[in-house]
Design a protein around this ligand. Structure first.
Ligand code: PMP
Ligand code: GLN
Length: 394
């Protein structure tokens, strides 16, 4: 959590957003939409405030939201968590991840993640005193893929949690049923718990064949519901990233352990936001809005990928999320972090180095040193301004 000289380190997102603010560059670093989610959802929150939903809600989340989360899991995936004992509301997926890791592991335990990984994973594994092990995703002609032989080799007797993120930040990979099946088989063999970060579950993007790849929750694989904790949140699905309402669902004893930690992290979360998220998860009009978001993100993904390619980057077209990763080696840059510092001057654009999601010296770190992550969850005119700037690189 500290820089090499011992000073506290801002997250890469804070650092790059500050760089964008300082230079006036277009910020394609931190992933957050520049258009809010449905007004109908915001109205439920405003009405809840007016109606007095302003004091501590129940610790595990209001019953209506837990019921809506359970119904959503059943409607989309055929999962049937008990809203009373198998669903817990949290402060975004971030708290769900933190409380889960703190509840389930300590010194001597290993948490296996897919590298590159969302930066919070390494921090919370360190806070728990556990050991962080990783398996690389590799750039292939079929996108970033999990090497199942490397996955098998990464498991040890001490692997207690496998933390899987699909759709995957930063690469945009949507893991296939086969890849996840390998995770499931190995986790079962090693008696490990699978924790899945599915915050982009509804943001899979249209592929070359005109269809969106299916999002497969590990909990739906045979025998896996009993050893899987599924984490998601309202932020990405409904374009309300600042609301920080998330959840974790899974077997009651595991959710109970997570709740025990959660009550001392935040105790409870956003009273007036919870009925609004319950509405968003249940309403058909909002579901149609989310599908339109995925379609529009697919178009914006295509726009940015074309611009990056024209500028000389090698892109791996993402299958989901807000993000595309691009290799700058073709432009003559070996060091993505150095290019990110220069990019505001060279192109008027801010990106995030993929090395922010790797650890120094790993094989993924080596392979992705020259890669940058760009977000495309921005309005068309913002992307157009970024593409104009990027064209200066070519
Ligand atoms: N996991 C991943 C992979 C993410 O990209 C994000 C959002 N940046 C989070 C977790 C955190 O989600 P939330 O804002 O709901 O805490
Ligand atoms: N999930 C977003 C990203 O990866 C925002 C992360 C953050 O601000 N912590 O860019």
């Amino acid at each position: 959590l500290l820089a090499e000289d011992g000073t506290p380190r801002p997250t890469i997102f804070a650092e790059m957003s500050a760089l964008a603010a300082r230079t006036g560059a277009v910020n394609l670093g931190q992933g957050f939409p520049d258009v809010d989610g449905p007004a109908s959802v915001a109205r439920v929150a405003a009405d809840a405030i007016a109606a007095g939903a302003n004091q501590y809600p129940p610790g595990p989340g209001i019953p209506a939201l837990r019921a809506a989360i359970a119904a959503h899991q059943e409607r989309h995936y055929g999962l049937t968590p008990d809203p009373d004992t198998e669903v817990l509301v949290t402060a975004g997926a971030t708290e769900a991840l933190a409380a889960t890791v703190l509840a389930l592991v300590g010194p001597g335990d290993e948490v296996l993640t897919i590298e590159p990984y969302y930066d919070a994973y390494a921090a919370v594994i360190a806070l728990a005193g556990a050991t962080h092990t990783t398996v690389p995703l590799r750039a292939t002609p079929h996108g970033f893929r999990l090497d199942t032989a490397a996955l098998a080799a990464a498991f040890t007797d001490r692997t207690r949690i496998v933390l899987v993120n699909t759709p995957h930040n930063p690469t945009g990979a949507v893991l296939t049923r086969d890849e996840l099946g390998a995770v499931a088989r190995l986790a079962t063999e090693h008696d490990a718990i699978v924790v899945t970060d599915e915050v982009y579950e509804h943001l899979t993007l249209v592929g070359p064949d005109g269809t969106r790849p299916p999002h497969v929750p590990v909990a739906t694989l045979p025998g896996m519901a009993e050893r899987t904790l599924t984490i998601s949140s309202a932020g990405k699905t409904f374009s309300f990233t600042g609301w920080k309402i998330g959840w974790v669902s899974g077997p009651a004893p595991l959710v109970d352990a997570v709740r025990t930690v959660k009550q001392f992290l935040t105790y409870v979360n956003g009273a007036p936001l919870q009925p609004a998220v319950a509405f968003a998860l249940s309403d058909e009009g909002v579901a149609a809005w989310v599908d339109e978001l995925a379609a529009s993100l697919s178009r914006r993904r295509d726009l940015l990928c074309a611009g990056l390619t024209a500028a000389g980057f090698d892109v791996v077209v993402p299958q989901g999320t807000y993000f595309v990763c691009a290799d700058a080696r073709g432009l003559g840059y070996d060091d993505g972090a150095a290019l990110c510092r220069d990019l505001p001057r060279l192109a008027g654009v801010v990106a995030v180095p993929v090395s922010a999601f790797t650890r120094a010296g790993s094989s993924a770190d080596d392979a992705l040193r020259s890669w940058l992550r760009f977000t495309f969850v921005k309005r068309d005119e913002v992307l157009a301004a970024a593409l104009d700037g990027l064209a200066r690189l070519a």
